[in-house]
Unconditional design. Structure first.
Length: 343
């Protein structure tokens, strides 16, 4: 590399020269100090290049920076004859175009300094960041809804569930909060991960399909992965689990554990298309699902207290479900407004 052909701006763009000027690389420092001592005829280019590096890398308060800029202007506008006298011993024999090139470089330095000052000068008034506007959607018992987010993600929110989300996603992540149950189909964006917070459980995804079930006041939170990959962690555990498709993780607040199991997608996700499924369900499980899906309260006044009921209903009204249950259990029922009593 023939550095004698370099102009000031070439030196200022050279990584080795920058390291020398910023004193960050001993090898570069040794090389350039030796090279400059052997090429005194390049001193004016080197000095201008050093000023350029200083301007492009220094981080001063605004007042100090402007003071340094003024000093550079004074240097540029100083008596040329004085500068030439001080450096004439290094410039003997150089053609006249040398000065033309030097002044071109100085003009570049001045323009660069002016641009930096303009870019770094604070605005008269700093822009005020708009606060995040949050939206809360609540589905009462018996009602489901589909929510389309601004990033292209789709969420099916189950009955008796609440989803809180920003009207527009800002920052490095996309974050929502869930109470109840929801199925998520998340638009892929590796630069802005999607995060679902359900009480103490945090689920982080890039783009995937999964289901979360969290009922406030209950011990367990369940996350089931249908497609893609997700990371699940609990606030009170030093543990994170990566789920694969068809895996479900259950968080127990009582036991402080995360347990991974397989799941039946048809049974678990049937609610998204109006299917109600029971598999060896206790009376409490049956009554909870009926309240969630239809908003009715089921009371058991029959002598049968130990329930184990299985059944599947596709888009049936609650009365059809009650009749089927009572037929299978050889029981009867009465209806009082929103309450069904089994005898």
């Amino acid at each position: 590399m023939d550095y004698t052909l370099y102009k000031a701006e070439d030196f200022a763009a050279d990584e080795s020269f920058i390291s020398y000027r910023l004193r960050t690389d001993k090898t570069a420092i040794d090389f350039w100090e030796n090279w400059i001592s052997r090429h005194p005829e390049m001193i004016d280019e080197v000095m201008t290049a050093e000023h350029l590096v200083d301007l492009l890398h220094i981080r001063l308060p605004q007042e100090e920076f402007e003071a340094e800029f003024n000093r550079l202007q004074d240097f540029i506008q100083s008596d040329v004859a004085t500068t030439q006298t001080r450096l004439q011993q290094y410039r003997a024999g150089k053609p006249a175009r040398r000065n033309i090139r030097r002044w071109a470089v100085i003009a570049f330095a001045c323009a660069s300094a002016f641009l930096i000052v303009i870019l770094r000068k604070p605005a008269d008034k700093a822009p005020v960041a708009n606060p995040t506007e949050w939206v809360t959607t609540y589905n009462p018992p018996g009602q489901r809804s589909t929510i389309q987010l601004t990033d292209g993600s789709t969420i099916i929110l189950n009955a008796n569930s609440t989803l809180t989300y920003p009207k527009a996603f800002r920052g490095e992540t996309r974050e929502v909060k869930l109470e109840g149950e929801a199925f998520f189909e998340i638009a892929r964006n590796p630069q802005q991960p999607f995060i679902v917070r359900a009480d103490k459980l945090t689920t982080t995804v890039l783009g995937t399909k999964f289901n979360i079930r969290f009922t406030p006041g209950k011990d367990k939170i369940e996350v089931a992965l249908v497609e893609g990959s997700i990371k699940v962690g609990a606030d009170d555990l030093q543990q994170e689990v990566i789920l694969k498709p068809n895996q479900q993780i259950t968080y127990s607040e009582t036991d402080k554990t995360l347990t991974t199991t397989a799941f039946n997608a048809g049974e678990l996700l049937g609610w998204t298309n109006g299917t109600l499924s029971f598999h060896n369900a206790s009376f409490k499980e049956v009554s909870d699902k009926l309240y969630q899906n239809y908003g009715i309260t089921l009371l058991n006044e029959s002598p049968n207290k130990q329930w184990s009921y299985s059944g599947r209903f596709e888009n049936k009204n609650y009365l059809a479900v009650i009749k089927s249950i009572c037929y299978a259990k050889r029981l009867s029922y009465t209806i009082q407004q929103d309450t069904v009593i089994i005898r």
